[in-house]
Design a protein around this ligand. Structure first.
Ligand SMILES: Cc1cc2nc3c(=O)[nH]c(=O)nc-3n(C[C@H](O)[C@H](O)[C@H](O)COP(=O)(O)O)c2cc1C
Length: 339
């Protein structure tokens, strides 16, 4: 199996919800939520693609970097690369029936481990989503991260306990899911958190706590004050608030303000290895990959996920040779071309 076949398979199975475009720029799928697109007119997902694509990286080939090290230390666990699988739920309705939720979870948790990295599992209105994710993490001896919806604190803490029981590496919430009114209509309200509420969550567990969906320096600083171990600079793949900015627009500022004090993860539009260099040059320590992993799973199941991650890792390795970066720490803002 190669990635071309995986994508071809996925394209057939996802007819009507995802065209697996050559440029995954959010145009074909705009407004398709449920589906694979960005919400509203899809402008935020398109912005993710456009802003990332505008960044140009300087090439350097007169140096000694012949075998760069792409390994990444995620909160004490060494991963084969800084590529982590994003938490994604609702595959049963978002992927147009191309794959079941249980199969998808199984593919991402195992496929990522087979590639030496990890997946984050998500949460949603169907209680099965989180439960199946936790069961999958248990089977791989805790090698995964659980991201919970911003429910009432008592409900989040119940789910943190489930993650602790299976030995998960970290827990967190996708705070940018605060406006998901559909969760309320299902009797499971979500909402924003005050710093006190956030502190209560952080202090409720010994596990590192990760806050997903931060898009400003101001809120990154609040997260730091609340004691989180890390933030994910993200707009949820453009799916929750059409009209907002892309993570790449604010990442450098956030990194400057808090990057040496906590883990900075970022996502939105990672499709090639060079995209990882761009995110790291802007100050992220590692990245999440979303939609390409769905294609991998739908088109090639666990093997497809592994192949997708391996390909990105190899492209990152090659990009580091072509930029003269011996390790991930050597990737920095001076590599970005300023025009
Ligand atoms: C179909 C779909 C479902 C998603 N479900 C969740 C979720 O349950 N929890 C979450 O934190 N993020 C969710 N996300 C957002 C991803 O975790 C991630 O932030 C985003 O997909 C990254 O952008 P990319 O797809 O361009 O790589 C979802 C994204 C997609 C496309």
């Amino acid at each position: 199996m190669n990635l071309k076949d995986v994508k071809k398979n996925a394209r057939e199975k996802m007819k009507g919800v995802c065209a697996i475009c050559r440029e995954c720029n959010g145009v074909w799928c705009r407004g398709m939520v449920p589906g694979m697109g960005g919400s509203g007119n899809g402008s935020t997902m398109q912005r993710n693609y456009n802003k990332l694509n505008e960044i140009r990286i300087m090439m350097k080939t007169l140096h000694n970097v012949k075998d760069p090290n792409v390994k990444f230390n995620f909160l004490g666990k060494v991963l084969s690369s800084p590529l982590i699988v994003a938490p994604i739920t609702g595959l049963n309705y978002n992927a147009g029936g191309a794959i079941s939720e249980e199969d998808y979870i199984d593919d991402i948790v195992n496929g990522s481990i087979e590639c030496g990295t990890i997946a984050m599992i998500g949460d949603g209105g169907n209680p099965g989503f989180y439960k199946w994710g936790i069961e999958a993490i248990k089977k791989v001896k805790g090698n995964g991260v659980a991201i919970i919806k911003p429910r009432e604190n008592s409900e989040i803490i119940k789910r943190i306990r489930m993650a602790e029981e299976v030995g998960a590496l970290a827990v967190g919430i996708d705070i940018d899911g605060a406006g998901l009114l559909v969760m309320k209509t299902m009797g499971q309200p979500v909402g924003p958190k005050s710093i006190e509420e956030l502190k209560e969550l952080v202090e409720s567990t010994k596990l590192p706590f990760i806050l997903k969906g931060i898009l400003s320096v101001e809120e990154a600083k609040i997260a730091m004050k609340a004691g989180v171990a890390g933030i994910i600079v993200s707009n949820h793949g453009g799916r929750v608030f059409n009209g907002t900015i892309s993570s790449t627009e604010v990442l450098a500022e956030i990194s400057e303000a808090v990057g040496d004090k906590m883990l900075i993860i970022a996502d939105g539009g990672v499709r090639e290895g060079i995209d990882v260099v761009k995110f790291l040059a802007l100050g992220a320590h590692c990245v999440l990959v979303g939609r390409p992993i769905i294609w991998g799973s739908v088109g090639g199941r666990r093997e497809g996920v592994k192949l997708t991650l391996e390909t990105l890792k190899n492209q990152l390795y090659q990009s580091m040779i072509l930029t003269g970066a011996l390790s991930l720490e050597k990737i920095n803002k001076n590599m970005i071309y300023k025009d």
